[in-house]
Design a protein around this ligand. Structure first.
Ligand SMILES: C[S@@+](CC[C@H](N)C(=O)[O-])C[C@H]1O[C@@H](n2cnc3c(N)ncnc32)[C@H](O)[C@@H]1O
Ligand code: SF4
Length: 418
């Protein structure tokens, strides 16, 4: 999954050499192995709803334009339920600490459909009290009272894909909504939800520093407790990859990030993760669990999951195309790929996530999540410290400001040997 975005999971590269375990009975995951995980990590649930009003030209998510308004909502909800039921033996008895309904554009689903989904989830899985339940919304799907109805259905946090408040910029990146719709959607979210997030992008085609400032001012005027802001990237297999728009150069993009950080922090939003800013106590708990290398069950078309067992960590992927997913999930076979993460890759995957956090991680967490001794990363930590990329004390490791600026160089120090 993607290093960006809410719920859309920062999945690490899979080790293609590790054989697929196929459709696996739970006993296989419980057999002895070379790792020892003393405790199981917190478990989150990710639900993928793969349809959008239109496909944005920069987007490489598993999202598909809905044709002629024909969203197979009821059938897809049946498939999600069957998917969850088939997954139960792998997560038996474990409480769910957060739920993220991501996409695609989940706000295309009706509030009644979301209510049904959440009631299925609650029937099958124990949610912790006050469980954070986020839903992603696109301002193009906004209608009065719709967001309030999602809140009544049990959603506790709304994440709105705004991207920009500039009509011309929105047109250039092929968004289906304009700035007025984005503002109306945020107003509605603000009145219906105690917690909401605004997603923006920067380094947009034709954008300069003044235009970015205007976008930030517009977003911060709504006093959001959480802001996610991503550098627009040109992903392979997108329309922008075939026909790239003129983009700000690297120097300008890096000056933009400085402006974003300075302006957000002045408004009381701390950059707690590379792309995420929040007021104290308002961080996204679901994404924090990914970055702490927690577990997640991922259901829905193309969803990824990571599940820990006493002697191994397993990654799963569901069928990607909505039609194949519907067919396979309804037959109780939603998983298309499954593999055990190789011992060598685990330390890297942990660091790939944990180093995205400003506060880094407790040293003890490394052993708890990977089942590996800390000595596994000792030489790489020494090298990172020597280069000024991390700070550390007896109990924690965190990226320095320089480490944040050169994050991929820092992460690469932890790559497994060839
Ligand atoms: C699944 S989308 C959010 C909900 C909804 N689909 C929407 O776009 O309004 C998650 C976020 O990822 C970000 N994103 C998607 N593609 C991106 C790209 N190529 N570069 C940077 N950010 C991107 C956008 O900010 C988007 O809001
Ligand atoms: S609305 Fe969101 S998920 Fe859908 S195509 Fe656009 S960016 Fe991708």
């Amino acid at each position: 999954m993607h290093p960006r975005q809410g719920g859309v999971v920062p999945i690490a590269p899979l080790d293609a050499d590790t054989p697929s375990l196929g459709a696996t009975p739970v006993e296989t995951f419980l057999r002895p192995g070379t790792l020892t995980l003393g405790t199981q990590p917190p478990l989150s649930l990710y639900v993928h709803l793969p349809w959008c009003l239109a496909k944005c030209p920069y987007c490489d998510f598993n999202s598909h334009a809905v044709r002629d308004g024909a969203l197979p909502e009821a059938r897809y909800l049946d498939a999600l339920r069957a998917d969850l039921e088939a997954a139960l033996p792998l997560v038996w008895g474990r409480p769910i600490v957060s739920v993220f309904i991501g996409g695609g554009t989940p706000s295309l689903f009706s509030p009644a459909g979301i209510e049904r989904l959440l009631s299925d989830v609650r029937c099958l899985l124990p949610l912790v009290p006050d469980c954070e339940i986020t839903l992603e919304a696109n301002p193009g799907t906004f209608e009065r009272e719709r967001f309030r109805a999602f809140a009544q259905a049990g959603v506790t946090r709304l994440s709105i894909g705004v991207q920009s408040f500039d009509d011309e910029a929105l047109r250039r990146i092929g968004r289906v909504h304009d700035a007025a719709q984005a503002r109306a959607a945020i107003e509605e979210a603000r009145s219906a939800f105690e917690r909401f997030n605004i997603d923006l992008m920067y380094a947009l085609p034709g954008q300069d520093l003044a235009a970015l400032q205007r976008d930030l001012d517009a977003a911060l005027a709504f006093e959001p407790q959480h802001l996610s802001i991503y550098h627009l990237t040109i992903e392979p297999n997108t329309r922008f990859a075939l026909d790239p728009p003129p983009l700000p150069d690297d120097d300008l993009a890096s000056a933009m990030l400085d402006v974003v950080t300075e302006r957000a922090e002045r408004a009381g939003l701390v950059r707690y993760e590379v792309s995420a800013f929040a007021r104290s106590g308002r961080q996204c708990l679901h994404n924090l669990n990914y970055w702490h290398f927690g577990d997640y069950l991922g259901v829905g078309a193309g969803a990824h999951g990571k599940l820990s067992f006493p002697h191994r960590v397993v990654r799963q992927t569901r069928w990607r195309e909505p039609a194949s997913y519907l067919e396979h999930a309804l037959a109780g076979r939603a998983v298309s790929q499954e593999h055990e993460v190789a011992r060598d890759a685990l330390a890297f995957e942990f660091m790939l996530n944990a180093l995205r956090l400003r506060d880094g991680f407790e040293l003890a967490l490394f052993g708890q999540r990977t089942g590996l001794p800390l000595s596994q990363i000792g030489p790489a930590l020494d090298e990172a410290e020597r280069r000024g990329l991390i700070g550390r004390d007896l109990s924690r490791v965190w990226p320095t400001a320089r480490g944040f600026d050169f994050l991929s160089d820092l992460q690469q120090l932890f790559l497994p040997p060839d």
